[in-house]
Design a protein around this ligand. Structure first.
Ligand code: SF4
Ligand code: SF4
Length: 359
């Protein structure tokens, strides 16, 4: 894309123009990179057609950063890098330097402060996670906490290139909104219909929008004790939690009945293959803060099996496609139950099974 020197006028929403924060070598060679190499875990070298090189050093962060940690990370960037940083969507911080001799001192400075360098090529990348209790109004777990406790156990997989190919893990702290597609996804799974506080519905909820939110038409307007409220047909309800954001008196989060579920094999389309959709492999896992040991044990089991059995450069979905789902359950030792069979009769009509946008 051609770019003029004049920067666009800021608009009242959206992020600022990223070019002003870019390393000058990256700005100069924008769109003109010839190839990249991976000299060691956590480091990328991009070479431009004209011969310029830029080194990127990647370190994991806990995403929700306090101001002191941010200042520390920036101070390292000023002293050991060229003063340019950026964050990736997986909450890694990246430092760019144009002089290769700065890479090792930069890594030493980061590791001396307790930051972990890695997450490139065939490693387990930093888990991408949703907001959790800190920012969002509907979470049933703290996705950030799940990420922290899992990455503590997967630290060696982040620092090394041990996996057959890269592994992207995602978390989601409710069942319906952000989070999502990954080689392994850890998502909330509600198992009971919402409990309605009829005293509050009339004051808080716009009833027609709540009725419209339900994907299976399980909600009806109702009069309860003479007050306008809502009722749920529990036989139809699929416990998705979509009614909870527009109507908080339809409480679905529950310490016991909101569980975790693990899905595997999601991948975007690429030059060689179509997108693949992730499939449920473990359900009903306790939502057990602060360390979520049960979910972590299952993720480690899946990763170890993939590491041992997949061929070089097979992504998790390619590996499962080659060996087949029965063999996946056999190798991982995960039980296959009737709950894994997606027999919901409305699924065919209402679930997106293509990349076409429908309204
Ligand atoms: S996954 Fe759900 S609860 Fe978590 S931040 Fe996104 S919308 Fe909020
Ligand atoms: S949880 Fe989902 S399926 Fe159940 S009533 Fe609410 S919106 Fe409908």
């Amino acid at each position: 894309m051609a770019r003029t020197e004049a920067q666009r006028t800021p608009i009242e929403s959206g992020c600022p123009d990223g070019f002003q924060y870019m390393h000058p070598v990256m700005r100069k060679n924008y769109g003109d990179w010839a190839y990249h190499e991976d000299p060691r875990p956590g480091v990328l070298v991009h070479t431009a057609h004209g011969g310029d090189k830029i080194y990127t050093v990647r370190a994991g962060t806990q995403r929700i950063l306090d101001v002191f940690t941010l200042r520390k990370l920036c101070a390292i960037g000023d002293e050991f890098a060229d003063g340019y940083i950026r964050f990736t969507i997986r909450s890694n911080i990246e430092y760019m330097v144009s002089d290769g001799s700065k890479v090792e001192p930069l890594i030493e400075a980061l590791e001396a402060e307790g930051f972990i360098v890695g997450g490139t090529k065939n490693s387990v990348a930093m888990i991408s996670h949703t907001q959790g209790w800190l920012h969002c109004d509907i979470p049933a777990t703290d996705a950030s906490g799940v990420v922290k406790s899992m990455m503590d156990e997967l630290i060696d997989e982040f620092k090394n290139w041990n996996m057959p190919n890269r592994v992207h893990i995602t978390t989601s702290c409710c069942q319906i909104n952000c989070g999502g597609q990954g080689d392994i996804a850890i998502n909330i799974q509600h198992t009971k219909p919402p409990k309605i506080n009829h005293d509050l519905v009339a004051n808080i909820c716009e009833r027609p929008s709540v009725v419209a939110r339900c994907p299976v038409a399980a909600i009806r307007p109702a009069l309860v004790d003479g007050k306008p409220s809502l009722e749920v047909d529990e036989k139809k309800c699929i416990c998705c939690g979509a009614c909870y954001p527009p109507c908080t008196p339809m409480q679905i989060n529950d310490p016991e009945h909101s569980k975790l579920a693990i899905w595997v094999g999601g991948n975007h389309s690429n030059a060689r293959s179509k997108p693949t959709f992730q499939k449920l492999v473990a359900a009903g896992i306790p939502n057990n803060p602060p360390r979520w040991p049960e979910a972590t044990a299952i993720v480690k089991k899946i990763l170890n099996t993939y590491k041992e059995d997949a061929r070089d450069w097979e992504r998790m979905n390619d590996w499962i496609e080659r060996i087949g789902w029965p063999r996946f359950f056999e190798l991982t030792g995960l039980p296959f139950t009737k709950y894994h069979v997606d027999n919901w009769r409305g699924a065919r009509r209402s679930l997106n099974a293509s990349t076409h946008i429908r309204f």
